[in-house]
Design a protein around this ligand. Structure first.
Ligand SMILES: *[C@@H]1O[C@H](CO)[C@@H](O)[C@H](O)[C@H]1NC(C)=O
Ligand SMILES: *[C@@H]1O[C@H](CO)[C@@H](O)[C@H](O)[C@H]1NC(C)=O
Ligand SMILES: *[C@@H]1O[C@H](CO)[C@@H](O)[C@H](O)[C@H]1NC(C)=O
Length: 176
């Protein structure tokens, strides 16, 4: 019995490996969620994202991303930041296109956490002079400053577009 299980596990593992070798990542995926419908995500760097085309407050942006199988984006390093900025600029998004992301310091001022992972943020790429207004502006967004998108904090109940990333289903596991 144990041998059979091991064998099956090995087969699964190998087929996953072969698949990952032979199937290049798709440049876009269609994610369908019951009731919400289908949302197209685009590969930017190594993750899938979509840009919300309506202006909503930060809380509503959290809901909308979730509804479509995503979360507000948690940007983890300069590589991701650069890929996202380049992508947004390629779409001709200008300085008026502010996009909510997952960071917020609603619990403790100046202690920014991701609403998506619940973890403290470790990567920041603030535009000059940011973050400001510590007791007023608790939610993070991207905006175009000069030639690149940067991070800023703003009032959560203001309305902006938003950047959702496909939920990382491997974030947690149940064990074996
Ligand atoms: C996603 O859906 C659109 C139609 O809505 C289709 O044209 C496209 O090929 C689909 N993409 C993938 C990767 O399935
Ligand atoms: C940045 O994060 C991505 C995950 O999105 C990871 O694949 C990559 O190795 C990281 N790059 C650096 C330089 O840490
Ligand atoms: C800041 O973000 C830009 C993209 O907007 C990126 O090119 C740059 O490498 C980032 N810098 C740091 C220090 O993360």
């Amino acid at each position: 019995m144990r041998c059979l299980l091991s064998f099956l596990l090995a087969v699964c593992f190998l087929s996953a490996l072969v698949q990952s070798l032979h199937c290049p990542e798709k440049s876009e995926i269609n994610v369908t969620c019951d009731k919400a419908g289908t949302q197209k995500y685009t590969l930017i760097g190594s993750k899938y994202y979509f840009v919300g085309e309506s202006k909503v407050n930060w809380f509503n942006a959290v809901h909308i991303c979730r509804r479509y199988g995503g979360d507000l984006a948690t940007i983890q390093n300069a590589t991701e930041m650069h890929a996202i900025s380049t992508y947004l600029i390629s779409l001709h998004y200008d300085a008026n296109r502010w996009l909510w992301i997952s960071g917020n310091d609603l619990v403790t001022v100046r202690n920014f956490h991701s609403i998506a992972t619940g973890m403290p943020l470790t990567y920041f790429n603030w535009s000059a002079g940011q973050p400001d207004y510590p007791n007023l502006e608790h939610c993070m967004h991207l905006w175009l400053k000069g030639a690149e998108f940067k991070m800023n904090n703003w009032q959560c109940n203001e309305k902006a577009f938003y950047l959702c990333e496909r939920q990382n289903d491997a974030r947690c596991w149940d064990g074996f």
